[in-house]
Design a protein around this ligand. Structure first.
Ligand code: HEM
Length: 410
C-alpha cells in the first residue's frame, strides 16, 4: 500500500470546509503536529489533531493564550491577535494567569445555583415561543428561524438586553461571524458593534440594576476586588460573542446529525432519560468549534516529536480530537447511548467553556423539544445542497431548511 503524501483535502480548502474529517484522519495518522501556512498573512502555523496532544496544548502553560505578548512578529503583523485594538484584547478568553484566574473567579461568582435555575425557565420560555413561530411557518430554516432566535434571545434575556435590541444583536452577530468568506472584511465592524452593545448595557445596568447577569457582574466582588469598567464591557462582549453563535451552530449540527440518523432521533424522542448523555455525544460527534482559539508557544519546545520554535501559533483541532480512534471506539458513529466519552467539545484546562452550564441547558432543552414538536421533521432540500460556512474555527451550516410536516403535541 502506498501512503499518500498529502491529506485528502488541503487544510482550509473548499472541500475541507464541507467535510474536514478525512483530512483530520490523515493528519492524526501521518502528521499529528502538522506545519502549514495560515491563509491570512501566510503565517507558519502548526495544527494538532490527536486527542492526547490537543489536551496537552490546552493544559500546558507553555502554550499561551496571549498572542499579543508571546506571538512572533509574523503572527502579530498578520493581525491574528484576537481582539487586538479593542476592549476584547483583555477579555478572559485571551489572557493567561494571573489575570485570567482573577477574571474567571469574578465571572464564576455570578453563576450561582439560583441564577442557573432561573435560566432554565428563560430557556424553556424562549424555546416554546420559537417552536410556535416555526409551527406557524410549516417550512422553516433551523438556523435562522430556530437556533438563531433561541440562542440570541436567551443570551439577550440573561444579560438583560432590552428586547427591542435583540434583532440588532442578531444582525451584529451575523456581521461578526459571516456565513460567506467574501464578507469577512466586515467582521471587525460586527465585533465593534457588539462591544458597543456591551458598553450601553453596562451603563444602563449601572443606572438601573436588575436581576440579570450584567448587573451581577457589575456588583461581583472577590476579596475586595471587582471588575474595572473596561473589564466589565469586555466580559459582557465576550459572553455575547462566545455564547450566541456557538449555540446556534451546535443546534444546527445536532439537528442535522439526528436527521441523518433517524434511529438515534427516535431514541431521543422516546427516551427523555438520554437527554443529558445525548447532548454530550452530539457535541463530541459534531460540536460547533472546529478548533480552540490560537495558542502561542512561550519557548521552544517539543510536542509529540516535533520541535516548535518560540512564539509559534498552534491550533488545537477539537473536532479531530473528538473523532480520534485512540480515545473513542468507532468514533465516526453517532451513538446517543455512549457513556463516559470525555470529549473536548467544551475545551480543556484553564480556558474550558465558562458558559458550559448554560450551553447544556440550551442544548438539552432546544434539541429534544424540536424533535418532539415535529416528529416527522424532514429536510426541505436535497442533502447534497447543504453547505457549511468557510470559517477555520467554527463549524456551522449556512441554512438547514426543513418541513415540519406531522406536527406533534405542543
Ligand atoms: C454549545 C455551545 C458552546 C460550546 C461548544 C462552547 C465551547 C467553548 C470552548 C471549546 C471554549 C474554550 C476555547 C479555548 O480554549 O480556546 C469556550 C470558552 C468560553 N465559552 Fe463557551 N461554548 C459554548 C457556549 C457558551 C455559552 C452559552 C457561553 C456564555 C456564557 C460561553 C462562554 C464562554 C467563555 C466566556 C469562554 C472563555 C473561557 C476562558 O477563557 O476562561 N460559551 N467555549
Amino acid at each position: 500500500m502506498t501512503v499518500s503524501e498529502a491529506p485528502p483535502a488541503p487544510l482550509f480548502s473548499a472541500d475541507y470546509f464541507q467535510n474536514p474529517y478525512p483530512t483530520f484522519a490523515w493528519l492524526r495518522e501521518h502528521s499529528p503536529v502538522h506545519e502549514f501556512r495560515f491563509p491570512a498573512g501566510n503565517v507558519r502555523t502548526w495544527i494538532v489533531t490527536r486527542y492526547d496532544d490537543v489536551k496537552a496544548v490546552l493544559a500546558d502553560p507553555r502554550f499561551s493564550s496571549e498572542g499579543g505578548t508571546w506571538g512572533n512578529a509574523e503572527f502579530k503583523e498578520a493581525g491574528l491577535v484576537s481582539g487586538a485594538g479593542s476592549v476584547l484584547e483583555k477579555a478572559v478568553t485571551v489572557v493567561d494567569p494571573p489575570a485570567h484566574t482573577r477574571l474567571r473567579r469574578l465571572a464564576m461568582s455570578t453563576f450561582t445555583p439560583r441564577r442557573i435555575a432561573q435560566w432554565r425557565q428563560t430557556v424553556e420560555r424562549v424555546v416554546a415561543s420559537a417552536l410556535d413561530s416555526c409551527a406557524a411557518r410549516g417550512e422553516f430554516d433551523v438556523m435562522d428561524d430556530y437556533a438563531g432566535p433561541v440562542s440570541s434571545a436567551v443570551m439577550g434575556e440573561i444579560l438583560g438586553l432590552r428586547i427591542e435590541r435583540h434583532r440588532e444583536l442578531v444582525d451584529a452577530l451575523a456581521q461578526a461571524f459571516p456565513s460567506d468568506a467574501a464578507r469577512m472584511d466586515q467582521a471587525p465592524e460586527g465585533f465593534a458593534r457588539i462591544c458597543g452593545y456591551a458598553e450601553d448595557l453596562v451603563a444602563l445596568k449601572r443606572r438601573s440594576p436588575a436581576d440579570d447577569l450584567t448587573s451581577a457582574l457589575i456588583h461581583a466582588r472577590q476579596d475586595e476586588d471587582q471588575l474595572s469598567e473596561e473589564e466589565l464591557v469586555a466580559m459582557v462582549a465576550a459572553m455575547i460573542l462566545a455564547g450566541s453563535d456557538t449555540v446556534r451552530a451546535f443546534v444546527g449540527n445536532a439537528v442535522l446529525a439526528l436527521l441523518d440518523h433517524p434511529d438515534q432521533s427516535r431514541l431521543l424522542r422516546e427516551r427523555p432519560d438520554l437527554e443529558a448523555g445525548a447532548f454530550e455525544e452530539l457535541l463530541r460527534y459534531e460540536g460547533p468549534l472546529t478548533t480552540a482559539l490560537f495558542r502561542v508557544t512561550t519557548e521552544e519546545l517539543e510536542l509529540a516529536g516535533t520541535v516548535l520554535p518560540a512564539g509559534a501559533p498552534v491550533i488545537a483541532a477539537l473536532l479531530s480530537a473528538n473523532r480520534d480512534p485512540r480515545q473513542f471506539s468507532d468514533p465516526d458513529r453517532l451513538d446517543l447511548t455512549r457513556s463516559g466519552s470525555r470529549h473536548v467539545g467544551f475545551g480543556h484546562g484553564l480556558h474550558n467553556c465558562l458558559g458550559a452550564a448554560l450551553a447544556r441547558l440550551e442544548g438539552q432543552l432546544a434539541i429534544p423539544a424540536l424533535l418532539r414538536r415535529f416528529p416527522s421533521l424532514t429536510l426541505a432540500v436535497p442533502r447534497g445542497e447543504l453547505r457549511h460556512i468557510e470559517n477555520w474555527a467554527m463549524r456551522r451550516l449556512v441554512r438547514l431548511p426543513v418541513h415540519a410536516a406531522g406536527t406533534g403535541p405542543a
